[in-house]
Write a protein that binds this ligand. Structure first.
Ligand SMILES: [Fe+2]
Length: 425
């Protein structure tokens, strides 16, 4: 909660505003000082950067790491244009060093709200710099062309499971019939058109936003509720994530021509400190169109789910494999796999898919299902779907008013906390 202003005090005598343990300015100085110490300690390694890097901590004057010759030195000023410029919070340097923050997340997470914090110049230099500060710098993934075999669409679900274990992904074929594909595709396209017409379309994929995403599909039609009865879920999710995994997002993603590839990421980026030893989630991506390398197939680094692996440049999909498969297939991939929405290089048409993403039951969902769910949808939910959305206790989590016995369905409970109010009158 650091830096978040306390709210209004309700009770006289409980105003803490005169009590303070720290001063923000002192904290910033301490963070800057530690960041400089860390960089100094890591200088022998930073020679690997082979570049000139400018670093600024907020509005402080930048300093420079000159590693162009292969040995690194810190300089206050330089005559040449740096290869890369970083403006970063000094505490992130400490967090990289302590292994508490994954560099590809830490370097770019603030850029969405504050453009000045976006690294500029040669991005791989920025990533390598942050990697070299970590306790265990990652190694690059093996490129797709180095594999003798890659997962192919198959109806053999045991093979899909073996592929998930070996490659981080597998492709189940004929999961949806042609009729089911047509129904789901129509549902997605109608919803997408409706959101566009209403001016609420959520778009990405470059400055013109050709890609469109539909969020919270539980609210967007009975067809999407029906899809949650699909047995592929039962075949894959409990096997991989245990019995009580929860839907963290249920979305459609339409890749259209002219998009730029999304940046490479894993789907467990929210798990910080980064934990690579355990997969926290699994995605089922239903293909509603023949998905090809050309029309925007999801790009993956095969096998990148195992080990301390991370791509040196997250802004290129060179070296990845395209998870191509016919309409009606489902791409099943686990959350440590490095991947991205692929570029759609077709002239026309679009590539709609539905993404059903589960995470282990103790992980906070990306979509806040409890607030998002429309009230008129609630009565339609089967117990199965309520469990999938987290309206169910497990592992002493998810209860209401302390009731956390295993296996209870929960819903809004009127009157929680009212006793005190009645007695205190
Ligand atoms: Fe993803």
């Amino acid at each position: 909660m650091a830096g978040v202003t306390p709210g209004k005090t309700f009770t006289p005598g409980l105003d803490f505003s005169a009590q303070s343990y720290s001063h923000l300015a002192d904290k910033v100085e301490a963070d800057v000082s530690r960041a400089h110490h860390i960089i100094k300690e890591k200088l022998p390694l930073l020679g690997e950067l082979k570049a000139l890097l400018s670093i600024a901590f907020g509005d402080k004057a930048p300093f420079f790491i000159d590693a162009r010759s292969g040995t690194a030195a810190v300089l206050d000023s330089v005559d040449d244009e740096p290869d890369t410029r970083l403006n970063i919070k000094p505490e992130y340097i400490s967090q990289f060093y302590d292994g508490k923050l994954e560099p590809r997340y830490g370097l770019f997470k603030d850029a969405f709200f504050n453009e000045a914090s976006m690294p500029s110049g040669r991005i791989p230099v920025a990533i390598k710099f942050a990697d070299l500060l970590t306790p265990h710098p990652p190694v690059p993934p093996k490129t797709a062309d180095k594999f003798d075999r890659l997962p192919q669409p198959t109806e053999d679900l045991d093979q899909v499971r073996r592929d998930v274990n070996e490659f981080g992904y597998g492709i189940a074929k004929n999961v949806l019939t042609a009729e089911q594909v047509a129904i789901m595709k129509k549902a997605v396209q109608e919803q997408a058109a409706g959101e566009r017409d209403a001016g609420i379309a959520q778009v990405d994929g470059g400055p013109n936003g050709p890609n469109q995403r539909l969020w919270t599909l539980v609210n967007k039609g009975d067809d999407f509720l029906d899809l949650l009865n699909h047995p592929i879920i039962d075949e894959m999710i409990p096997w991989f994530l245990g019995e009580h995994a929860i839907i963290t997002t249920y979305t459609a993603n339409i890749a259209r021509p002219g998009n730029v590839p999304m940046q490479l990421h894993t789907d467990q980026v929210a798990v910080q400190p980064p934990i690579r030893d355990l997969a926290f989630g699994m995605n089922i991506m239903f293909y509603l169109e023949d998905v090809t390398e050309k029309n925007g197939a999801t790009r993956v680094y095969p096998g990148s789910h195992i080990g301390q692996i991370a791509p040196p440049d997250i802004f290129t999909v060179d070296g990845t494999a395209a998870a191509a498969a016919p309409a009606g297939s489902a791409l099943i991939f686990e959350s440590r796999l490095w991947h991205a929405t692929g570029p759609n290089r077709e002239e026309s048409g679009e590539r709609p898919v539905i993404l059903l993403f589960f995470m282990r039951s103790f992980i906070r969902q990306q979509e806040n299902n409890f607030l998002s769910l429309r009230k008129d949808v609630w009565p339609k939910l089967s117990d199965r779907v309520k469990r999938m959305l987290g309206f169910y206790t497990t592992g002493a989590l998810g209860g209401v008013d302390g009731e956390v016995r295993e296996g209870l369905f929960v819903e809004w409970k009127e009157g929680v906390g009212k006793m005190r109010a009645a007695h205190g009158r």
